[in-house]
Design a protein around this ligand. Structure first.
Ligand code: PHE
Length: 356
């Protein structure tokens, strides 16, 4: 019996020494210390021995059990340690940094709107927003574009499929705005009228928002895009105020070395109307493909608010004058960062969006 226990001891310890992972260690424990182990059977069979033998064998078997148990514990500690510090093949590196959470960010269009608005806030303008589904009255009529006026051709429009119905009062033969058809606004200019209807001069507002045009999509045209409108009305406002304000905006947004150019343009709701261009960022004015060899890139339309627009909201046009402007938002980062296709903004490709 004693030689059996000796053999068991050397076999068990030799096998233990070669174990390299916790799974095999558990198998070893079951084999040598489990209920059906040889050692356990030896302990159970002690009763069949004489008292003398029993005492001797019992002591030896218990010693062996204690030795195997403590060797098991030691081995377990060594393996766990190796697992934590990564010194063994099967390891868990506790020093590895966790996976970072992906942080969202603002869409480049939102970033641009905020940048534009914050520049104008710094110049004393308030920021207001307005409805995207608009009455014909605000989008066109209040801006000197009556039905049938050829200027309507400047805007291709999404009309709402509701025929105008009005059962309310008709004052002096004029139907109210709410009796006109509805459309997705083609520009943010209807907010000029809405703001002036609700406030007395002085007015200084910028209006960011979505606008819609029934248009074939290509690299520079989308049927949905964003504009920022501006309006300033007060006593004694002149074209010089318009130019000074927009020059300052261009310098703050596009850089202090930017040159700007104003030329005559036509919008029914301003008189005179202008378009503003900045010198091309690629060729610095020399002429290239981006600027169509002209050296200039048009960035916005503007002008002095037409007296009829002021009178229509009840402002005295002999006392008050004002300027208004409207710029396309997507165009700004396109020009600033050399983005060649407006559709990138709306396809939600993270490889594009992550660059901002
Ligand atoms: N609303 C015009 C457009 O969409 C831009 C504009 C705004 C022009 C204000 C003059 C004054 O093209």
């Amino acid at each position: 019996m004693s030689s059996l226990l000796d053999a068991l001891q050397s076999k068990a310890l030799a096998e233990l020494a070669s174990i390299a992972d916790l799974k095999n260690l558990e198998d070893w424990r079951i084999l040598y210390l489990g209920k059906k182990s040889q050692l356990n059977q030896a302990l159970r069979s002690l009763s069949s021995l004489s008292i003398e033998e029993r005492r001797q064998m019992g002591a030896q078997a218990n010693q062996l059990k204690a030795l195997l148990e403590s060797s098991l514990e030691d081995k377990k500690k060594t393996l766990q340690q190796a697992q934590l510090t990564g010194t063994k093949q099967e390891y868990f590196d506790i020093t590895l940094p966790g996976r970072p959470l992906t942080l969202g960010r603002l869409h480049p269009v939102t970033q641009t709107i905020r940048e534009i608005c914050s520049i104008f806030s710094g110049l004393g303008f308030q920021v207001v927003e307005g409805p995207e589904v608009e009455w014909d009255y605000y989008n066109f009529e209040s801006l000197n574009i009556p039905p049938g006026h050829p200027a309507r051709d400047m805007w291709s429009t999404f009309w709402m499929d509701v025929s105008p119905r009005w059962s309310g009062p008709v004052s002096q033969g004029h139907l109210p705005a709410q009796a006109s058809p509805m459309l997705l606004r083609t520009h943010t200019s209807p907010m000029q009228t809405r703001v002036m209807e609700k406030t007395k001069p002085p007015v200084r507002v910028v209006i960011p928002g979505k606008v819609y045009r029934y248009e074939a999509t290509d690299a520079t045209h989308e049927s949905q895009f964003h504009q920022v409108e501006g309006l300033a009305v007060d006593e004694g406002i002149t074209l010089a105020d318009l130019k000074g304000t927009l020059y300052e905006f261009a310098r703050r947004f596009f850089g202090s070395d930017r040159k700007a150019r104003f030329r005559c343009d036509y919008f029914p709701f301003v008189e005179p109307g202008v378009e503003m261009a900045i010198d091309c960022w690629v060729c610095k004015g020399a002429g290239c493909r981006l600027c169509g060899q002209s050296g200039w890139i048009e960035i916005l339309g503007a002008g002095m608010v037409h007296p009829h627009v002021l009178e229509r909201v009840g402002y005295d046009s002999s006392k008050y004058t004002g300027f208004a402007f409207g710029m396309g938002v997507e165009r700004m980062p396109m020009l600033k960062n050399g983005i060649d296709d407006i559709r990138h903004f709306f396809t939600n490709d993270l490889r594009f969006l992550r660059q901002f």
